[in-house]
Design a binder for this molecule. Structure first.
Ligand SMILES: Cc1ncc(C[n+]2csc(CCOP(=O)(O)OP(=O)(O)O)c2C)c(N)n1
Length: 550
């Protein structure tokens, strides 16, 4: 086998192999040549070449999101590394094990006027779970540092940075490994957890308990616990599409439920115990409600972290949700009308929703209604920010459909790249639903040779950032159109052609129905279905929906 001559590069590659880190996304450069040569010449690794580092990192993020295993991105020195930052921050807040390995010059060559050189050590410190600033010569200290970084990315769930200084010559190779890193066996035993009796009593005696579920991987909670919660008259469960958690009695359209609430309704809905688990919550309205009408107890269950999202956190239970529920739940339930009163309100909302959807004209709202009814079963939806994920929350979706969205930082800068990475790593057929600005922003995502043939993009083109028409600052002025909405007349047809995508187009209900079928049936080529909706009417139709729920 061929190895890079530089021992430090050999150690990095050897350790990645020994630790089973298999997916390596490489961007071009010279300084990283020792790593590129080493990774690509070893058949253990699956290497991908992506030129644009921002896309490369989001692509890696998508793979890691699906596999829940560390995925490596490798780049050269200089600003290349900084282009990883958006995905790095997303990985931090979404708890995804992204491993950045940057090639650098030795420290003595920084800030002396050398080209393509910046201060790389600790450059992501604010959002990094571990920074391995390696030294030029191979050493046991370096080996430990590399292993620690990989270990932390898994045990603490998030991004880490390994900075590796290499001196020229960079391209020389050898046939024998010169290093033999000592592999550390980290203790991966699960922490013991025992719930206190007093917590069980507090739970059992409370008549108003609200369970709010954030972003969660599919199949995170055992069905038997969901059934017990679902049968408890004192518990209301609110989920989001990104919770990937289902039960007929759970309410997964939070804004539809609470937007019409009066002060009195909110007081009646105010929980004694708020139990949360999962990651980020999309609904702004539920956050506003729970910050204003605080629960006496807010319990968050997570092995690692707990955010005080509502300014009311009282307990962080550091364990898996299934372990927690297995100890918390008993067969005994307390008498309560909490759930039934919300169920009655919910029935009314569902009826109004159905009645509204049939009578409105072609619009973003109508398109989401159509898509949600027609997403193929057992597929994966990747959704971009911001109104796409918000609209999706308003409709029923088949339970077998998995939903993912970059809600860690809610950026619009890498949704397409993430979706392509996820499509590659998942067994399920993948559809990305995106707005036009997000799509255009990350159009370099399509510059990728690994896109599965059945990958599909539904592009809702409402001629700009439709979300800003929905948010309170909207005014129909030239300034608004230019600086907030960034109104445009672009479309994706030329990009589709350039990148070898099949392209479908719809402008109304009839063309949507017809084109959607052909779009779904195209599995020989990745495809884009671009749906044009009326820029100036969409927001009115959405606001009228919420008004009509009262
Ligand atoms: C990197 C980044 N820059 C800016 C924003 C602010 N932002 C949020 S949504 C949005 C517009 C999205 O427009 P589009 O993708 O067309 O979706 P729509 O709202 O029309 O559905 C912008 C600019 C952001 N979230 N991330």
């Amino acid at each position: 086998m061929m190895y890079p001559k530089i021992p430090l590069a050999q150690s990095i590659i050897e350790i990645c192999q020994q630790k089973g880190v298999q997916h390596i996304v490489i961007s071009p450069g010279s300084r990283n040549a020792p790593l590129t040569i080493g990774f690509t010449n070893n058949p253990f690794f699956k290497c991908y070449s992506i030129a644009d580092e921002r896309c490369a990192a989001f692509f890696a993020l998508g793979i890691a999101q699906q596999l829940q295993k560390p995925v490596v991105v490798v780049c050269t020195s200089g600003s290349a590394l900084l282009n990883y930052y958006p995905a790095f921050a997303e990985a931090f807040y979404s708890q995804i094990p992204l491993v950045v390995i940057s090639a650098d010059r030795p420290q003595s060559k920084i800030d002396i006027g050398d080209g393509q050189t910046i201060r790389q050590e600790n450059v992501f410190a604010n959002h990094s779970l571990y920074n391995a600033n390696l030294l030029e010569n191979s050493s046991a200290e370096n080996d430990n540092n590399i292993q620690m970084a990989l270990h932390v990315s898994v045990s603490q769930k998030g991004p880490v940075h390994i900075n590796a200084p290499f001196e020229e010559p960079l391209y020389e190779t050898v046939n024998e490994l010169q290093v033999q890193p000592k592999i550390i066996d980290f203790n991966t035993e699960e922490k013991q957890f025992k719930i206190e009796k007093s917590s069980i009593e507090t739970w059992s005696n409370a008549t108003k308990k609200l369970v709010l579920v954030g972003e969660l991987l599919p199949n995170s909670v055992e069905q038997q616990y969901l059934d017990v919660i679902a049968n408890d008259p004192s518990v209301v469960v609110l989920t989001e599409k990104t919770s990937n958690l289902h039960h007929p009695t759970f309410i997964d359209q939070i804004d539809t439920l609470i937007t019409p609430f009066t002060d009195e309704d909110f007081k009646a809905f105010q929980p004694e115990i708020l139990l949360t688990f999962g990651g980020m919550v999309v609904s702004k309205r539920i956050k506003a409600f729970l910050r204003k009408y605080k629960a006496a107890h807010h319990w968050h269950v997570d092995e690692l972290r707990a955010y005080d999202t509502f300014g009311a956190l009282t307990n962080h239970f550091e364990t898996k949700i299934s372990t927690f529920l297995s100890q918390l739940l008993t067969e005994k339930t307390i008498e309560s009308s909490y759930k039934s009163s919300i169920s009655n309100i919910w029935k009314d909302r569902v009826a109004k929703h159905q009645e509204y959807t049939v009578r409105i004209p072609f619009s973003d709202f109508k398109v989401f209604d159509f898509i949600c009814q027609n997403v193929p079963k057992n597929s994966q939806l990747q959704v971009s920010n911001s109104s796409a994920i918000r609209y999706l929350q308003l409709f029923d979706l088949d339970n077998t459909v998995q939903v993912f969205c970059n809600r860690g930082t809610s950026g619009i800068d890498g949704s397409t790249s993430t979706a392509i990475g996820a499509a590659l790593a998942s067994d399920l057929p993948t559809i990305l639903i995106t707005g036009d600005i997000s799509f255009l922003y990350d159009s370099n995502a399509l510059w990728n040779n690994y896109i599965p043939k059945n990958f599909k993009i539904i592009l809702l083109n409402n001629s700009g950032g439709g979300i800003f028409r929905i948010l309170p600052g909207h005014q129909e002025t030239e300034t608004f159109n230019r600086y907030f909405e960034t109104s445009h007349q672009l479309n994706a047809s030329h990009l589709a052609k350039m990148y070898g995508f099949d392209y479908f187009e719809a402008n109304d209900e009839a063309t949507l129905q017809q084109q959607y079928k052909s779009f779904l049936n195209q599995n020989e080529k990745p495809s884009i279905l671009e749906i044009f909706t009326p820029e100036k009417e969409n927001n009115g139709i959405l606001l009228e929906f919420f008004r009509g729920l009262k």
